[in-house]
Ligand binder design. Structure first.
Ligand SMILES: Nc1ncnc2c1ncn2[C@@H]1O[C@H](COP(=O)(O)OP(=O)(O)OP(=O)(O)O)[C@@H](O)[C@H]1O
Length: 267
């Protein structure tokens, strides 16, 4: 059975301030990679926390899966705190064993080795977490999330600390693994060109509301750049035939029209 996810009228708040409201999606299916885009403070992380059950709020998260467990939905936070006392390998084993017996099977070690190798961080296995660079820590956090074998993975800016080569490598790896393991992967991401290149769908959030959902190339356009990101730009096809954003500059805040209501209604 292929896992599905559907959000219905989802919301969350901090105190009395609603930071996410009325987010509803079509049915998302295993294998789908969805870019969750929008400006700073739009509500992307808060939405992820609500979906993962880490924040309370209205609405429903509908999940269909053959085997619901505590690892069905995994959230990889933006700031991955690290326990400096552990080695990389120990921290990944602990992540894999979350909520289950601490006895480690040979096949689990093999799986951990495979994931470290795929992320090209096997050489870090014996190093202490406290002595890693920011990018290395981010790669370890990705490994810690993947060893739990989630069916629905919510990744909060997973490539923000990585160099260009690593960003592309990780996004391409996530895309492959989503397709192979029929995992639903939602990635909060600020690089819209990477969203266009690696994601199937895009969900645009502004002021806590979903203002667009659809194929990346349909959602990420001049209107979205202007009304959601407040920048002047458009999408061209580059020499490789891929859609690519060309930016002229930021627009003056307050001069921008609302994102067209008919587009929101059409989602
Ligand atoms: N723990 C908290 N207590 C109170 N307000 C919070 C808390 N966490 C987030 N917020 C507020 O909720 C709103 C949405 O924040 P959120 O982190 O979800 O945005 P985001 O889209 O992920 O932003 P960014 O792209 O900057 O990471 C912001 O106004 C933020 O200040």
């Amino acid at each position: 059975m292929v896992t599905t996810l559907r959000l219905e009228d989802l919301g969350t708040r901090y105190g009395r301030t609603h930071v996410v409201s009325g987010v509803s999606t079509p049915v998302l299916t295993g294998g789908d990679v969805i870019a969750v885009i929008g400006p700073n403070a739009a509500g992307k992380s808060s939405l992820f926390k609500r979906v993962a059950g880490l924040a309370k709020g209205g609405g429903k998260v509908h999940v269909e899966t053959a085997n619901y467990s505590r690892n069905t939905i995994c959230y990889m936070p933006q700031d991955t705190g690290s326990n400096a006392v552990l080695s990389v390998y120990e921290s990944v084993i602990l992540a894999a064993k979350q909520g289950s017996s601490l006895r480690v099977q040979a096949e689990e070690l093999a799986r951990i080795d495979d994931i470290l190798a795929a992320l090209r961080i096997s050489d870090l296995a014996a190093r202490n977490l406290g002595e890693l660079s920011g990018g290395q820590r981010q790669l370890v956090a990705i490994a810690q999330t993947l060893v739990r074998e989630p069916e629905i993975l919510l990744m909060d800016e997973p490539t923000s600390a990585l160099d260009l080569h690593r960003q592309m490598e990780v996004l391409s790896f996530m895309r492959d693994i989503a397709k192979r393991q029929k995992m639903i992967v939602l990635i909060a991401i600020h690089d819209l060109n990477h969203a266009l290149q690696y994601c199937d769908h895009a969900m645009a959030i502004r002021n806590g509301r979903m203002v667009a959902f659809g194929e990346c190339a349909k959602v990420i356009d001049r209107d979205l750049l202007r009304d959601v990101y407040q920048v002047d730009g458009h999408v061209e096809h580059n020499s490789l035939g891929h859609p690519h954003i060309v930016l002229r500059g930021p627009l003056t805040p307050g001069t921008v029209a609302e994102y067209p209501a008919e587009r929101i209604a059409a989602q």
